[in-house]
Ligand binder design. Sequence first.
Ligand code: ATP
Ligand code: MG
Length: 250
Amino acid sequence: MKIPESHPRYQSLMTREKIVEGIKAGIVAPEGLIAHGRGEAFDYIMGERSNEFALKAERVAVALMLISKHPVISVNGNAAILAAKELAELGEVIDAPLEVNIFHFKPERVEKIKNHLTQYTDNVLAACDAELEGLESARRIVDSRGIYIADTVLVPLEDGDRCEILKKHGKKVISIDLNPLSRTSLMADISIVDNITRAIPNMIEFAKEMGKMDESELRKIVESYDNRAILSEAIKEICKYLTKKAEEVL
Ligand code: ATP
Ligand code: MG
């Protein structure tokens, strides 16, 4: 479908098109459409911008990844189709591999996501040769060189159950999820309430700037962070945004 650039919802429609193309290419699962719709709705009621609480969380997330021994970026179908190039660049600047990890598991889909990512980086793991105990879904299947040994995992668009298991396995979890009320957001150590299409480019900029800092400085940034306060700010932003809209409509 051809969408004119002048369309007021151009960006959103283009993103939808990408997801649909992702379905056709066998990269996105049909359930990915539903997840995307939920994400969009939350984006709409927060002004479709990277709010202050998101920028703060993104900066601290980068600091944590920079001081981690084995940071890993988990990538599912939606994340791959929306931000493959940017995820690859982030992986390079913070020295973290991308690992294909999907909820609706099919070896062919893992392969397709892997091939899509390798257009942009060679640092992609998808061996599916280890298991995280305590998880029934296919997301328990991980790479022995990646999430299995990771101390910090960046999980864009993640499901709550898996977030919980990663935490039980002692890993620090950084989520990217537009819903500040999701179990994932509530459970993560750092909850980035932002669209993945904006969050990753922001994180690349932070990483370039913070790569020069020494470890003690980065550690201080991580230690002074309060994720509950960030989540609370995100929820309040929805109220504030909607109150403003309610007044404007009169
Ligand atoms: P949970 O299991 O954590 O309670 P859920 O069951 O509501 O969450 P899932 O389908 O498991 O939702 O996960 C998808 C999540 O990804 C949703 O919460 C949605 O808000 C979020 N999401 C979808 N698209 C984007 C996007 N482009 N950027 C950021 N977040 C997104
Ligand atoms: Mg869920």
